[in-house]
Every structure is written in structure tokens, then in C-alpha cells.
Design a protein around this ligand. Sequence first.
Ligand SMILES: Nc1ncnc2c1ncn2[C@@H]1O[C@H](COP(=O)(O)OP(=O)(O)OP(=O)(O)O)[C@@H](O)[C@H]1O
Ligand SMILES: [Mg+2]
Length: 326
Amino acid sequence: MSFSPDRSQASEAAPVTGSAPGSASGAFAIATQGLSKRFGNRTAVDGLTIGIPAGTIAGFVGPNGAGKTTTIRLLLGLVRPNAGSATILGHPLTASPSYLPRVGALIEAPAFYPSLSGRTNLEVLARLGGYPTSRVSELLEVVELSDRARDRVGTYSLGMKQRLGVAMALLPDPDLLILDEPANGLDPLGIIGIRDLLRRVREQGKTILLSSHLLGELEQVTDWLIMLHQGKALTCGSTRDLLAQRGELVVEAGDAMQLDLVARIVSEADYVVTREDRTLHIACPATFAETLNRQAREAGATNLTIRVKEASLEQLFLALVKGDRS
Ligand SMILES: Nc1ncnc2c1ncn2[C@@H]1O[C@H](COP(=O)(O)OP(=O)(O)OP(=O)(O)O)[C@@H](O)[C@H]1O
Ligand SMILES: [Mg+2]
């Protein structure tokens, strides 16, 4: 019998689903409790209870209109909630002067002076915000724009403008960086550029909240994930655990009897199993592989191959939207 995970083994921790444990809220850069926002009859954010651990790259993912930008606007004090509460860097939402100086944000497309250079744009913004202009060169380095820093922003590509926007959000040397769709409109290389940039920023110990409707993009870069749908959090937890939870085991056996035996063990464990010739596909957490391996061996099925396939975020999202909540 062989046991060969396709990817690294699943971690054992269960995901945090939809809520931040109140007692641990100090460890969260952002924690919300029942946060809600209505515009007229439309509920944009609907009782959102989430926690984002400090020091992570957290992804906020959901289709158009899910409430990502509205939540970000709530967190930045740009709109007021109709209900609920939140703490940001340990301060309540209502005390925005205490936390906003430590937050850098970029909401949708950044605005610049197109006739000024990238460097001058940053210097102007630094002066306006009261931040040291001495950081401008370093930030241009971080976003890899040093060689184009003297060119007019009007001549920049979309990706360069996005990177300049991130540099702008980094001007206050924030502990929390909030980026709304930073990869919007970027080509794959541009997306990789933003991804590398975010990793460099995380290495400086900062927390990043990043929204996107591109699931594949977030799967690559986030440590933590919140899936939003119609203003509600479908799930909230470590990206790795969420994917492992929704994995698939592919079991191949030497003969049909052994396969029947495995199918029975799986059904008794209450997981859904589908059969294809000599192969079983089992929808279950990756951690079930070890249990299955042991139980099958004890029952006499010794000629099996079990492979672990982690779910993609897209599969996970679709399963959750269909009401198949974990
Ligand atoms: N100022 C507003 N007035 C009225 N309705 C609004 C306002 N802002 C947002 N909404 C509504 O709230 C809902 C959530 O919008 P939001 O912009 O937060 O979604 P989103 O997840 O950011 O979507 P996208 O991926 O398209 O950016 C939508 O139905 C939107 O029409
Ligand atoms: Mg939006």
C-alpha cells in the first residue's frame, strides 16, 4: 500500500469559520463583530464577523458586489456601519484617529498627478500627509520603480501605476496595509510583480488585507482567507487549512473487492464517494487519508494507492455558495 500526497500534508488545525475567538482578539489586526452596512434597502455588508491575524497576508475574495469595497470603507472609517463593531490594530472602529495613522490603504484605482513624475507624486503626497520625504527613494526601490521614477506618471503602464499606488499606501510606514483589488487589470507578469511585492512587505512584519475577485491570484499569495458572498462571510480561516479541508482523495485498488471495502469505510465516515472504474474519488479533508489508510489495512485492503488532491479556491468557493458549508 502506498500513500502519496500530491502536495504537502494537510495541517491538523481546523479552520476558524466565520468568527474570531473573542479571547484572542489581541492577536488580530482586524476583528469585526456583526458588522453591517445598508444602502437604502440593499444590504452591502451583512453581519460580518471575521478575524485577521496580525502578520498575515489576508485575502478578501468574493464576486462583484459581494461587499468587499464596502467592508474596506467601513474599516477605514469612510462609511459608518448600521450595526456591529470592529477593532483595528486593537482600537475600536469609533476611535479611527488612534489607528488610521498606522494604516495604509489603496482603494480601487489610485489617483495621481499624471504630469508629475512618480517620485514627485510620492514627495507631494508625503508632504501633504506629513510623512518624511526621505522614505520616497526606499519605497520606489520596494515597488521596483526606481529606474522609471523620473518619468511622468502619465507615461506609466497600468501595472506601474498600481505599484506606485502601493508605494503611496506604504508612505506612512503602516502596520496594516489594505489594498482593494491591487491586481485589477494587470497581466500575469504584473500580478506576479504585485505578489512578490506583497511578500516583501509581509517580511517587514506588516499585516496586509487584499481584496480580489480572482480566486487563483489569492490562492497563491494569501495565508488567510475570507470568502464573501452577498455581504456575508462564507468562511474565514487559514488558506492552507481551508483548502485541505475541502480536498479530495483518489484511491486506486488492485481489485474491485478492495475498492468496495474502501467505499464502505468512506460511507461509514459520512463522506461522499464517486466511483470510476478502478478509482474512487472521495470529497473529504486531506487529513482523512491517514485514517482511511489505517482502516483499510486493518480490513485487509493492502493493495491500495491513496493520493491527496487539495481543492482549488474556486471549487471551495462554489461549494460554499451552493450552501455546502463546512
Ligand atoms: N454608495 C453606495 N450606494 C448604494 N449602494 C452601494 C454603494 N456602495 C456599494 N453599494 C452596493 O453595495 C453592494 C456591495 O458593493 P461593493 O462595492 O462593496 O462590492 P465589491 O465586493 O467591492 O464588488 P466589486 O468586485 O465589483 O468591486 C453592491 O450591491 C453595491 O451596489
Ligand atoms: Mg470593490
